[in-house]
Design a protein around this ligand. Structure first.
Ligand SMILES: [Zn+2]
Length: 311
């Protein structure tokens, strides 16, 4: 029976050992299968996550959890899987904790810092009662090709959030969600190093798609243990799907190229390839290598679903 792990031990080992695990966003059934397939074929543990928007699109947090767990069973996935809520608000984080996600990100960056701090502390309390991992965010991410400028996380906030026991911290250091503008000045390594020197908490790099490889590698050397990848896979899927259609393969009646199982396959395969490449350059170790490090992760039972029972 499928179960999820909270992954805390992997991220602590990553921070210490200067490697990272990718955090891969699912959007639908094909994405879910592609992410699990790439993890299984590379024998690496995987963090699969869903944003509030994608969960709404797919039919809700419970559906996402059931889909991932059922695919793990059906695909006979044998590597550890962490199921994470990406950028959850307070209510979404509480719902996913109740549903038995093994990890939640509570993103209170738009709240006044004091309120972000108080709500994060409450989410940490609720999650830790069940062995669930918590990611918090401080500073502000840039958005939409830099049109909305970000704000650097401060060392003081990093210390305060580490002290209340967050398991992973997304500290904004000039990174941007979505496509990076041509005049992007790059990551602020000075601030990243100051934060890493102040706390041991594994650090998270959001907006990992589109940051030049050398900067991602340098950030991993500085203490980044989790790199979020979303846009890159969306573009890999889009390019392969476009190539299939532009080649007219969807119009081929003899091979039934219009069949969604055929139409969506090149894009799905492209996600698998892109993820394997990402795993290799993040230096994500195989589960055998991680097991040799004697790490302990808490398992979260997939049937631990009190919220569902209450509906
Ligand atoms: Zn993000």
């Amino acid at each position: 029976m499928a179960y999820f792990v909270n992954g805390n031990a992997f991220f602590k080992a990553a921070r210490k050992g200067h490697f990272a695990l990718g955090a891969y966003n699912t959007n639908n059934l094909e994405w879910t299968r592609a992410i699990l397939q790439a993890a299984e074929e590379t024998r690496t543990p995987v963090l699969i996550q869903v944003s509030m928007g994608a969960a709404k699109y797919m039919g809700g947090y419970k559906l996402v959890k059931d889909l991932v767990a059922d695919e793990m069973d059906s695909m006979k996935i044998s590597v550890p899987v962490i199921l994470n809520l990406d950028h959850g608000d307070y209510e979404a984080a509480k719902e996913c904790i109740a549903l038995g996600y093994s990890s939640v990100m509570f993103d209170g960056h738009n709240l006044p810092v004091a309120e972000n701090f108080d709500k994060t502390r409450e989410i940490v309390r609720l999650a830790h009662e069940k062995g669930i991992s918590v990611e918090a965010e401080i500073g502000k991410m840039g958005e939409n090709q830099g049109a909305f400028n970000g704000e650097l996380a401060t060392v003081r906030d990093a210390r305060a959030f580490a002290d209340i026991g967050v398991d992973k911290l997304a500290a904004c250091v000039g990174n941007i969600h979505g496509i990076y503008p041509a005049n992007w000045p790059g990551l602020n390594f000075q601030r990243l190093r100051q934060i890493a020197a102040a706390i041991d908490t594994p650090l998270v790099l959001h907006g990992g798609s589109g940051i030049p490889k050398d900067q991602v590698c340098e950030s991993i050397r500085c203490g980044i243990a989790k790199v979020n990848i979303n846009t890159e896979f969306q573009q890999a899927f889009q390019r392969a799907t476009r190539a299939y259609i532009e080649a007219g393969k969807d119009l081929d009646l003899t091979t039934k190229g219009y069949d969604p199982r055929k139409l969506l396959k090149p894009g799905t395969d492209a996600i698998v390839s892109a993820m394997k490449e990402m795993i290799s350059w993040l230096g994500t170790p195989t589960i055998d290598e991680l097991t040799a490090m004697e790490l302990e992760n808490q398992e979260i039972d997939r049937d631990d679903m009190p919220a569902y029972a209450q509906r």
